[in-house]
Design a protein around this ligand. Structure first.
Ligand code: CUA
Length: 333
């Protein structure tokens, strides 16, 4: 019994340390939100936590007091038996009703705030969850990219979130909340990012073998920096030169273009990520490995070995073709 108690206590202590560390050591979490509406969810959480803690304390203190005050003592007479007390009955009915009404009101106010229409003219971003990567489209800007999302700081963002195959969930913890990406349905999320920075996210609805490798990277930057990124992304791929031109021939001469698009070339597949600016992305396979020529070579040769279950088939290219293809793709910046 004592062993079990000790184990329980040490597990609890470790959980508390882990939670405290997750908060303090910079692990991305919903408790350090960087969005306006995330902040109101955070406030609601804080208020509910305080209310719950006070109720818990009240009950725990009363319980412990009763246990000690009215415990059985040798020789003591049976305590007086009371039954029914109108005052008490009314008190413990009315108090929770008032408390829960208050909780309902502040929760409803938060919900209304979080789901309100965006102010002004928001930056519209379509989010499509795929097995196992994220497609980000900016319909008003003519940009299609994957897994990496750039947004301007301090401006209203309007996300239209859906799924291409199964249910995924779009979760950037520091936005403050998450939203399911459901095929055939569009969920909306509106928020303003308050602080520049790079924020990680992930899929948070189990969606198959590589659910764990559907990472999201959000780069929030000042408007002028964002505009530079937008102008870069709007450009089609320029004419390939030298070794890159050989690589482009390999790309267009194989089945790559059945699945991938590169604007500025005849390749316009829509099954896999748009590769027009592939070289500007930090990772391959939605976060599974850094985007380096060596990793890209392994990826093209046998993506399934890097990310088991991935839909991209292995490619049996000659060493020189593979090298040219890697040079070409990395040149797409
Ligand atoms: Cu997509 Cu889990």
């Amino acid at each position: 019994m004592r062993g079990r108690m000790a184990r329980w206590m040490s597990t609890t202590a470790m959980s508390i340390v882990a939670l405290a560390c997750a908060s303090a050591c910079g692990v991305p979490d919903s408790f350090r939100t960087i969005s306006d509406r995330g902040a109101s969810i955070r406030n609601l959480f804080d208020i509910l936590l305080i209310i719950s803690a006070l109720v818990f304390l009240l009950v725990a203190v009363l319980l412990v007091y009763m246990l000690i005050r009215f415990r059985e003592r040798p020789g003591a007479a049976e305590p007086s038996q009371t039954e029914g007390s109108r005052t008490l009955e009314i008190a413990w009915t009315v108090a929770p009703v008032l408390l829960l009404t208050g909780v309902f009101v502040i929760t409803a106010r938060t919900l209304i705030h979080v789901h309100a229409a965006p102010a002004g003219d928001p930056v519209r971003i379509e989010v499509v969850g795929h097995q196992w990567w994220w497609e980000f489209r900016y319909p008003d800007l003519g940009i299609v990219t994957a897994n990496e999302l750039h947004v301007p700081v301090g401006e209203s963002l309007h996300f239209d979130i859906t799924g291409a195959d199964v249910i995924h969930s779009f979760w950037v913890p520091r936005f403050g909340w998450k939203m399911d990406a459901i095929p055939g349905k569009t969920n909306e999320m509106v928020l303003t990012v308050d602080r520049a920075g790079t924020y990680d996210g992930a899929c948070t609805e189990y969606c198959g073998a590589e659910h764990a490798w559907m990472r999201i990277r959000v780069v929030a930057e000042p408007r002028d920096v964002f505009d530079v990124w937008v102008r870069g992304q709007q450009q089609p791929a320029g004419p390939a030169q030298g070794a890159a031109a050989d690589g482009q021939r390999v790309f267009l001469g194989n089945t790559c273009q059945n699945c991938h698009a590169i604007r500025g070339t005849p390749a316009n597949g829509a099954v896999g990520p748009d590769l027009t600016h592939f070289g500007s992305r930090a990772t391959i396979g939605a976060g599974v490995v850094p985007n380096t020529p060596d990793n890209l070579r392994d990826w093209i040769r046998h993506a399934g070995a890097v990310k088991p279950g991935v839909l991209m088939p292995p490619f049996n290219l000659s060493d020189s073709d593979l090298q040219a293809l890697v040079t070409y793709l990395e040149s797409l910046r």
